[in-house]
Design a protein around this ligand. Sequence first.
Ligand code: F6P
Length: 539
Amino acid sequence: MSAAKLQDSPAWQQLQKLCNDWGATTIAKLFAAGPERGSKMTAQACGIYLDYSKNWLREETLVALFDLARERGLETRRAAMFTGEHINSTEDRAVLHTALRAPASAKICDQGANVMPEVHAVLQRMMAFCDKVHQGEWLGATGKPLRQIVNIGIGGSYLGPEMAYHALRSQRIAGVREHFVANVDGAALAAVLADLDPAQTLFIVASKTFTTLETMTNAHAARRWLVAALGEQAVERHFVAVSTNSEAVAAFGMNPEHSFGFWDWVGGRYSMDSAIGLATMLAIGSAGFAEMLQGFHAMDEHFLHAELEQNLPVLLGLISVWYNNFWGAQSQAILPYAHDLARFPAYMQQLQMESNGKRVDLSGTPLAVDSGPIIWGEPGTDGQHSFYQLLHQGTRLVPCDFLGFLAPMSAFADQHDLLMANLFAQSEALAFGRSAEELRSLGVTEAQIPHRVSPGNRPSNLLLVDALTPFSLGALVALYEHSVFTQGVIWGIDSFDQWGVELGKVLAARVESDLKGTTQHAHDSSTQALIERYRASRS
Ligand code: F6P
């Protein structure tokens, strides 16, 4: 079904009506009317408990949202993705990141060829390599063990491994330290290399295309740094590559045997469980990585088989659509109450905004409704002391996803009660607020009351996970991947291309040669003046 017809669909019209008729209903009133709401509006799978009761949802809202999913063909599209149909139609590619975590016995085909033998062959090679590094069989050029790992990559070739490195801090192999260089600003590379001993450093050049400007620039600079210290012959021991472009890897001067491949049916932002996860495997070991894949796979199975009404990714995706399209929410906050998940919101930004930041549907027709929301966030409790003021008393609607873990993540376990108390208190305060009457009963002056009232009725989901482990991290990421997919199906867009990032890359290449003075392209007067100012400062 095309997005042009989206607003004519019966379920869409029903949702619009429910929104128009919402009246003065508040989350507090919904709870008063249905005391079991807090236990009823929940679902769980793969060790993740979703409480979606503190939302602007009635039974009939949910029924209409599930109707919408069915009308838009979610079940058919989901089957098409899992079976390797080329649902990334603008690039004519299958979307098979789910194959990366499927068991070796599975049969998943792209254009008739089973991809599973290759997937598991690469996994085996990655595991053998990591075991060698960990056991000191793979040594640097001077015979020292390689304990400092530098991942050079950007976007999907960076955000997942970096997020996982921090998230799985407690699972790390002793002695292994990882560093991530993404930005083309030489300061990023310089800051990392400043503290490293070339003789103990292993570089992973991670790039699906092996042409990305930032990554190739940093990789060549790192190569020069290594060669200056240890000589040309050291490159072979100190550089490995992860890419789909084996020719470019060879051209860089790397031994193809030290390269780990993946396939064009893995989107960059869906690749942390492919060979792009080599840094993750080096950090937590092959067994930890295998456990993470099991978590991904468990959520894939849940998404594929659970009833829509109990399906975590479907619920999250549809709730997001409800606020985005019917209530005009422009953004959504991801708020993990886990210091180790500090980079999770950044990872979510690429996953969600690169996937669903689209303006036309699959047929190329401009969308008549908004697509993907702006995703942002910080870990709790840090965010409470910066932007939560706006969440509680600002004028904007910002639906929130709170994430928390039952098990403490550190030896300072007594602090976990405080962390979790803050998490539960924030979702409670957002939903129920504090009224003028309550403030009066506390003796607050009339002049202060308008400033101190928290209106409440601010919606949130709360995801409560048993523990932050490789398994649960895999399940969490897959949960959001499929939520993004669900939303993309509702809008009828291609969630797997990213043409919008191309123009900036093309223009940057033109401007760079203008900055050097080797070309003089025509620019608008603003850009031209900026180029001239920069050139004057450099000369
Ligand atoms: O700029 C967007 C993008 O193409 C992302 O989709 C991708 O994750 C990133 O660049 C890095 O690309 P590559 O892995 O090819 O270097």
